[in-house]
Design a protein around this ligand. Structure first.
Ligand code: BGC
Length: 724
């Protein structure tokens, strides 16, 4: 973190207003109400440059005091190279986009649709993006971005339109959505409450009554029963603090009330509901293998004048009510709701999250005046840029948000981050900055697992209606046409740079040395330690970040029918006659991506793919093969970096100094150059032809060849003893 700068007296350049807090607009994008103005006061403002101190893991009460430092960075000279060359994030990073049901589906009847005529914009959600009728197309849009994860919410009012009546079509629709996603190698993350609820439940008092919680938990159970065999990631409640403050303090969300008493009640019940939901789902079948968490919007508050104790007091107050009391509740199990004087114990709340979802948008500069009806722009620092929502883009705040939640000791997932930006001139930079901050946090040892951009496409932005556009895809709300924006291309390019190439498995080979077992069965289907070896290979590739695999099944392809693999999108290609490794690849060339990782279906080769791929890219090689120098025999000669000769049949092995260990990265153009019709061997044709050009990646990890009975036995033993 070098690029910080020190700034004194900058704030005085701005015209000064007295900020009247609370806020207006979605607190997801928190927008202060401002009234009146005072003459400019000169302020002394210091931007710190020291490294943040290590947090104390036992300090659950304070939640990272370090976040009080308002840091800024001079982004002018920022270096984003690592985002582009694929070195900024680990290979297992969850790359996602997020949406919420009411904002995109269209045709919903719920507490929001009832409230819309009274909302600030008075715009109706109506058909929204018509996602309900365009699901397949939209899943295609997600796939085109190349992301591995998608966060959506389930519309309770569709699934249970009347109390106890389950709508089978709606249930089927969500089930199909999940299948569509998985079929494209995209992992679903489902949110069970994202601001909306059915009218029948709303009329019973919604979260104002503790006894109503059970209905929402019943709905959650229903969804978990239906989807938890396929959906691993679950969010219970989206942004309880936003729901409570926008609905019950500012009155900008339904039910449009202004009552601190009700805010306390509803906040308490939201936390109770979260805890009950978490405990109930965890106890169900699949509960243990699913990750269930709360999504918390972290809105940072900073004193407008850092020398002014009143501004500090207001900051502490708002931060306490909006952020810390909720996090403290999760950590300790005792919750003091916003504006409450006492904390209460909530059964099952302590530790009720497998991860913490962080939604981050901005920081707010606070002064101690309470709201009036007049709304003008929130205060910002002079060097900050306003988003369309009028609050500033402040990427360093994402790091402060991480530091605020880190004492929960939970994996952190950015479940939302994005910007309202109609003409898309700010969003590409917004994406780069926030990803840069995330990458640095990971490098500093924070356990940030994923990033979901808000949002996949422009949508219904609650009280703001259709006026605020957050999408990576532009939506024409008349024709419903979706168009990828430049920011979408930027995000996709960063994701692509960090994604593993397609995996291609040569899985059709029959075993000549294994006797009758594989006369008619491809070796890749022989069970080792309870599973076909192909599964072990796919498991390994998945753990290395591969999401797409093309399995070349040879001429016994029917034996692979119906096979799926968790977290991966599988494509199969079969031949009518044996074609050898080269012929099989050549025949499937239409299905190959521009660059692919080739592995053998009868070898388990548990190497780290990332350095191999990085080397391949940096050397711009036509093909990079993994070579081991620890094998009992040799079949090639290399000079450390380049293949000099390949000959697997020669008797004169005196010059040979390595063995081709299995995993290679290949440019499709290389196959097109060396390929031909008919039956031929890839390695015996392409490798000798690539002598002097193919790159060599040395990795002495043992590979497990199960082509002989002894090989099979030792692989079995290895898998028995090792968890890959
Ligand atoms: C909410 C989204 C909203 C976004 C942008 C978040 O707080 O979860 O539904 O669209 O903020 O304001």
């Amino acid at each position: 973190m070098n690029n910080r700068f020190t700034q004194r007296g900058e704030a005085s350049r701005q015209e000064h207003h007295i900020v009247r807090i609370w806020c207006s607009g979605n607190i997801g994008g928190f927008q202060p109400l401002v009234a009146g103005s005072t003459p400019a006061i000169r302020t002394s403002y210091h931007v710190h440059s020291e490294r943040m101190p290590e947090p104390n893991p036992h300090d659950t009460a304070s939640f990272g005091k370090v976040v009080w430092t308002e840091e800024h960075r001079d982004w002018e000279n920022a270096d984003f190279t690592s985002l582009k060359d694929g070195t900024a994030f680990p290979k297992e990073f969850m790359w996602g986009v997020a949406t919420a049901s009411h904002q995109i589906e269209g045709g919903n009847t719920n507490n929001w649709s009832a409230f819309e005529p009274r909302s600030k914009s008075q715009q109706l959600s109506g058909e929204a993006c018509d996602h309900w009728n365009r699901r397949t197309q939209d899943v295609g849009l997600i796939k085109d971005l190349g992301v591995s994860h998608y966060r959506f919410s389930i519309e309770w009012s569709r699934v249970e339109p009347q109390q106890g009546e389950w709508n089978q079509d709606a249930l089927q629709w969500y089930s199909d959505l999940v299948d569509d996603l998985l079929a494209r190698g995209i992992q679903p993350m489902a949110t069970l409450h994202h601001f909306t609820q059915p009218l029948w439940w709303d009329e019973m008092g919604g979260f104002e009554r503790e006894e109503n919680i059970t209905h929402w938990v019943q709905f959650s159970i229903k969804m978990f029963e239906l989807l938890s065999d396929r959906v691993e990631w679950w969010c219970t409640i989206n942004e309880p603090a936003v729901y409570a403050s926008m609905g019950y303090v500012l009155g900008e969300f339904p039910p449009g009330v202004r009552s601190f008493k009700k805010t306390r009640l509803v906040s308490m019940n939201l936390m109770r509901a979260h805890a009950r939901c978490y405990r109930t789902l965890k106890a169900m079948e699949n509960g243990n293998r699913c990750q269930i968490g709360l999504v918390k919007n972290i809105n940072l508050f900073d004193p407008y004048r850092r020398w002014n104790p009143l501004h500090w007091m207001q900051t502490k107050l708002l931060d306490g009510m909006f952020n810390r009391c909720w996090l403290k509740g999760l950590a300790t199990g005792r919750f003091k709701p916003p504006s409450g004087l006492f904390s209460k114990r909530i059964d099952g709340l302590k530790g009720s999250s497998d991860f913490i979802g962080v939604n981050y948008y901005t920081h707010l500069l606070t002064t101690p005046f309470m709201p009036t009806k007049v709304e003008i722009d929130p205060l910002i620092r002079p060097w900050e840029q306003r988003t369309d929502f009028r609050y500033p883009m402040y990427a360093v705040g994402l790091r402060r948000a991480f530091d605020m939640v880190r004492n929960l000791n939970l994996p952190i997932i950015v479940t939302e981050n994005g910007v309202a930006d109609d003409d898309d001139d700010m969003r590409p930079e917004h994406i780069r900055r926030h990803l840069q901050i995330t990458a640095e946090a990971i490098a500093d040892g924070l356990d940030v697992r994923g990033f979901y951009h808000w949002s996949l496409m422009d949508n219904f932005e609650w009280a703001e209606g259709y006026d605020q556009r957050f999408g990576l895809y532009h939506v024409d709300f008349t024709t419903k046409e979706r168009t990828l924006k430049d920011s979408g291309k930027e995000y996709a390019a960063i994701v692509k740079a960090h994604s593993m190439p397609q995996l291609v498995v040569m899985a059709g080979g029959l075993g000549t040395r294994l006797g009758s077992i594989t006369e008619k069965h491809p070796k890749s289907l022989i069970e080792v330690n309870g599973n076909p070896i192909l599964r072990h290979i796919l498991d390994w590739a998945r753990s290395q970040g591969c999401m797409h695999a093309l399995v070349l099944t040879g001429h016994h392809g029917e034996q692979f029918e119906g096979m799926t693999h968790p977290g991966m999108c599988l494509t199969f290609h079969r031949e009518d006659e044996p074609l050898g490794t080269g012929g099989a690849l050549w025949n499937a060339r239409e299905l190959l991506e521009e660059r692919f990782i080739l592995v053998w279906g009868d070898d388990l080769h548990p190497i780290d793919f990332q350095p191999l791929v990085m080397q391949h890219i940096s050397e711009n090689a036509p093909l990079t093969m993994t070579v081991t120098e620890s094998h009992s025999s040799s079949n090639l000669e290399h000079d450390g970096n380049v293949l000099l000769a390949y000959d697997k049949r020669t008797k004169d092995t005196s010059k040979l100094n390595g063995y081709e260990a299995g995993t290679s990265v290949i440019e499709k153009s290389t196959l097109l150059k060396h390929g031909k019709d008919g039956k031929w061997s890839w390695e015996e044709t392409a490798y000798p032809a690539l002598a002097g050009q193919a790159a060599v990646h040395i990795d002495n990890t043992k590979f497990w060849d199960m082509g002989t009975p002894e090989g099979l036995a030792s692989l079995e033993e290895f898998l028995n003893e090792t968890t890959l």
